[in-house]
Design a protein around this ligand. Structure first.
Ligand code: FDA
Length: 450
């Protein structure tokens, strides 16, 4: 059969949510996926005997759409390991341990961080994350970079560096001078407030037993056999008001509706006949992926636990700006310990310019500064390769450049004839997270059914 009610492009969580909801409502659905697997930015893989969450992995309490789906699919979760002290390396280069979510900085810096967090919470509370351009200060906040906004708020460089860390390297994975203060407020509003971004125990709360890719795998298994075509990249779409024909290297398929469940940057990789309205093409030239290298370093034992450390470590001044204990508590008989760390934006640029051996040494030196000399001798080292993957080309997600959220944001979720667009990157709540992928998938399915 080549005629369907709906053709979905992309078998990430967004596309599979759309397909599941439409199939349950009795619609005929086809899902076309470019890769040889489902899950998109979720990938749980065995790499040389170590099971790794190569892409997304954590679930937080505000992600109610994801929590409901995990429940619906009958999956189980377990908490991230967090017993013991965390480590912080400050602007003075001194390593300090601490408890709770507040970094051990001077009293004046701590007071400045609190004041900034309070102000960002206030701004986020005024925002509907589905329409950030309607924020009372939208125009002003969208014209200024987050770095410049922070500089206007405080003279304390360590307070600025810490607050920038939560949104820049840790979330949008772009330097704080390259996105607007409005985008920073959106990131906060989409997670239920800036205070949540500051609290690693909240944001990185739990993991799914067997890995988060089990969510898209379970969604795909609920569809009738043959619904998901792997290795079938969509290259061209011919559309008119009454429907569209989707072309791949293997054939063509017709749908009354077509859902592009791909990141906004990849929407433009497809050829459209006729071309999409100019604003659509213009808009997507102002959206880009951030860059972060997710590192997985496995040791014979989780040695940091014996030192009284939780494995949680932060420093805006380290190559690895954040790291956590990522040991697979759900794998029976696992005695090894795994740390996960992140190298983001311009630090990732400089790391990627090095040879693999140099990269590994630099990363291990950064970890040794957090956890001591034992961090220099892992049994396994792995860098997630999303930036080199043509079906993502970056990580974690995409965001607008300065001034573009107010200029184009309202077109992000607009349908074009029979074409609908959905992805975690255009979500309100759950923006750039699996929760947002589910919300966007459900919203598009509901719109088509209506
Ligand atoms: P996604 O990109 O997953 O899916 C799109 C699909 O479309 C892909 O499978 C792609 O191959 C396919 N495609 C693209 N173009 C195509 C074409 N022309 N034809 C056919 N198919 C095409 N989130 C979270 O909640 N907790 C976390 O801890 C993390 N951590 C994290 C770490 C890392 C390293 C990454 C990369 C990402 C995260 N995330 C995360 C983000 C989370 O993974 C992400 O938001 C969602 O998985 C995105 O789901 P989508 O379905 O929207 O896009």
């Amino acid at each position: 059969m080549t005629d369907f009610d709906v053709v979905v492009v992309g078998a990430g969580v967004t596309g599979l949510t759309v397909a599941n909801r439409l199939h349950a409502a009795g619609r005929s659905v086809l899902v076309l996926e470019a890769r040889d697997r489902v899950g998109g930015r979720l990938l749980t893989e065995d790499v040389e005997g170590v099971r790794l969450e190569v892409g997304g992995q954590w679930v937080s309490p505000d992600q109610t759409a994801l929590l409901a789906l995990i429940d619906e699919l009958g999956l189980e979760m377990y908490p991230r390991y967090r017993a013991g002290d965390s480590v912080y390396i400050g602007r003075d280069g001194v390593r300090r341990t601490f408890e709770g979510e507040k970094f051990p900085v001077s009293e004046t810096t701590a007071a400045e961080v609190d004041r900034l967090v309070e102000e960002l919470d206030r701004l986020a509370a005024q925002m509907d994350p589905l329409s950030p351009w309607e924020h009372p200060d939208a125009e002003v906040l969208d014209r200024i970079s987050f770095a410049a906004w922070l500089a206007g708020q405080t003279d304390d460089p360590e307070a600025r560096d810490n607050v920038a860390l939560y949104v820049g390297p840790a979330m949008l994975t772009k330097p704080a001078h390259s996105f607007s203060a409005l985008s920073a407020v959106l990131m906060a509003a989409s997670a239920g407030g800036f205070s949540h971004l500051v609290d690693a125990d909240f944001i990185l709360d739990r993991r799914v037993v067997g890995g988060l890719q089990r969510v898209p795998l379970a969604l795909a298994s609920r569809l009738p056999a043959g619904t998901v075509h792997l290795d079938e990249a969509v290259t061209k779409i011919e559309w008119a008001d009454e429907g569209a024909t989707v072309f791949t290297g293997r054939g063509s398929y017709h749908g009354r509706n077509v859902v592009l469940a791909v990141p906004p940057t990849l929407v433009s990789r497809v050829q459209y006949i006729p071309a999409l309205p100019p604003v659509q093409a213009q808009m997507r030239q102002h959206i880009s992926f951030g860059l972060v290298i997710k590192l997985h370093i496995t040791y014979e034992t989780p040695f940091w636990r014996d030192l009284g450390l939780s494995g949680t470590a932060f420093s805006p001044y380290s190559l690895v700006h954040e790291a956590y204990d990522n040991t697979n508590e759900d794998v029976e008989g696992e005695t090894r310990g795994t740390l996960v760390g992140f190298v983001s934006d311009v630090k990732a640029d400089s790391l990627l310019a090095l040879t693999p051996e140099e990269r590994r040494s630099r990363v291990l030196e950064a970890l040794a500064a957090y956890y001591g000399e034992q961090a220099l001798t892992p049994v396994h080292y792995y860098e997630s390769p999303w930036m080199a993957d043509e079906w993502t080309v970056g990580a974690f997600g995409t965001s607008f450049d300065i001034g573009s959220l107010t200029r184009y944001g309202r077109h992000l979720r607009a349908d074009v004839g029979p074409l609908a667009f959905a992805s975690s990157d255009i979500a309100g709540l759950g923006f750039q997270h699996v929760d947002g992928a589910i919300r966007m998938g459900e919203a598009v399915a509901a719109r088509i059914l209506a």
